[in-house]
Write a new protein. Structure first.
Length: 455
């Protein structure tokens, strides 16, 4: 009996799973394996919100495999060591894994390839499992990656996606010991309202969103509506791979219309960030375009920003949603990042780390490169782009419902006045348990421009 190992990482699904499909087709038996990676824990990425969501994902994956006669094998420890042990115990001659883009994922592949060669086992790395278009597939003539989204998106839209593959009918698994599945209830320290995870949950959410008139059909005109909550909320499922990016693009295109076009563009930007990080792994921690910044580090300002007590209501609302849900609207993310880096002039890495500590969809490519875009050190060639928080609030939360929900100290304020509590008369202002702005936005912008030598 020939045996293969399917090593799951950020692709926790059975639908449209090319790596699993290849493992099943290439062997009589398959070991579906997930290693609770001590290296991820040591690096500080195994945070409570993602561990809670991951527990749901692994339970759902195990259920999907059991429907096909299989099961998920859980091991704990160093990935290379545990995979080699499973290979030795099962007599496997092949290991399948989805390609990653981070420096950590690349090192993992290199270590696995070397170790498996020593035990006469072949590593198969599958591209296009976690993105719609593989990171290295689209390159300009003079460079190893696209550094601007516009040209990339043009090439991306002309690229034929791979066919979506059906889940395997059967996954025969040899007898092999493993640890119990992690339990969500065993995770402490998670945000109170972390979403449920898993492939079953993700597919239900996707179908409901595609079929709802207030879902993808409204996305084109309402995707920046902070209070309407009209985004798909599928980003955690994309991060953990419980949904396939290629399948999402295909299904959205079949729906068609402005909403679907806007959603597909968002998925393309995710692919764009992955191809940037694949080519420039150091962009996870180093400026993509250095600006010679002399960042401030005021711990009082940083703490106020993290707690949603900056005195800028639309920013504070987003930060408090993040604390409560482990998720925040994409527009809130940009506003919070712009405020920290341009108004407070604090290093983007501090903000990016805080987001990674809390976001369920804490994707290293999307998170870091969005932060760099906001900070003016990333793929955006403009250094002078600053988001006006008040104008954004008036456009994205015109009646103040989003702010009133997340900043209850301002709940008594009606309509758009909730966005300008500093403008209230002294008597009304004194009744609010809400801080004065940390800095005037114009003064903050001037400080940033002066530090960058733009004035």
């Amino acid at each position: 009996m020939s045996v293969a190992v399917m090593l799951f990482t950020s692709d926790l699904r059975v639908h449209d799973q090319p790596a699993l499909r290849a493992a099943v087709r290439g062997a009589d038996e398959v070991v579906p394996l997930f290693v609770v990676d001590r290296g991820v824990q040591r690096a500080g990425f195994a945070v409570p919100n993602r561990r809670a969501f991951l527990a749901d994902c692994l339970a759902s994956l195990d259920a999907g495999l059991r429907e096909r006669g299989g099961r998920l094998v859980i091991r704990i420890g160093d990935v290379t060591e545990q995979v080699c042990r499973v290979v030795t115990e099962s007599g496997a001659r092949a290991v399948h894994i989805a390609a990653g883009v981070s420096a950590y994922a690349k090192r993992r592949e290199d270590l696995l390839r070397t170790a498996l060669t020593a035990v006469r086992c072949v590593l198969h790395v599958h591209e296009g499992v976690t993105t719609a278009v593989p990171p290295g597939q689209l390159t300009p003539a003079d460079h190893n990656h696209h550094s601007a989204f516009g040209p990339y998106f043009g090439s991306w839209t002309r690229t034929a996606l791979r066919e979506v593959v059906a889940p395997p009918h059967a996954v025969p698994v040899p007898e092999l010991a493993g640890h119990p599945l992690p339990r969500r209830t065993a995770v402490t320290g998670a945000s109170p309202a972390v979403a449920r995870g898993g492939e079953h949950e993700g597919r239900q959410r996707l179908t409901a969103w595609l079929d709802s008139g207030g879902g993808i059909e409204a996305y084109g005109r309402r995707h920046d509506d902070l209070s309407g909550d009209t985004t798909s909320r599928l980003s955690p499922h994309l991060h953990f791979g419980t949904l396939s990016a290629a399948e999402l693009v295909g299904r959205a295109r079949r729906v068609g219309g402005p909403g679907a076009d806007a959603f597909v563009r968002r998925l393309a930007r995710r692919d764009f960030h992955h191809q940037v990080l694949a080519a420039r792994p150091d962009a996870a921690h180093a400026d993509y375009r250095p600006r010679g910044d002399r960042w401030r580090r005021d711990e009082k300002d940083i703490t106020a920003w993290k707690e949603g007590r900056t005195g800028c209501p639309v920013v504070d609302a987003g930060m408090r949603q993040l604390l409560h849900e482990g998720w925040m609207h994409h527009r809130s993310r940009l506003l919070a990042a712009d405020y920290l880096t341009k108004t407070l002039y604090v290093d983007w890495r501090i903000g990016a780390r805080h987001f990674l500590d809390l976001l369920v969809d804490g994707d290293i490519a999307d998170n870091q490169l969005n932060w760099q875009w906001a900070a003016g050190t990333g793929t955006d060639p403009r250094t002078d782009r600053v988001l006006d928080p008040l104008a954004s609030a008036q456009r994205c939360d015109p009646y103040g419902d989003h702010v009133r929900r997340w900043v209850p100290e301002l709940a008594e304020l009606t309509g758009p006045e909730v966005h300008r509590p500093w403008a209230l008369d002294d008597l009304r202002r004194a009744r609010l348990d809400y801080p004065e702005p940390l800095v005037d936005p114009e003064e903050g912008r001037a400080r940033c421009e002066q530090a960058r030598g733009q004035v």
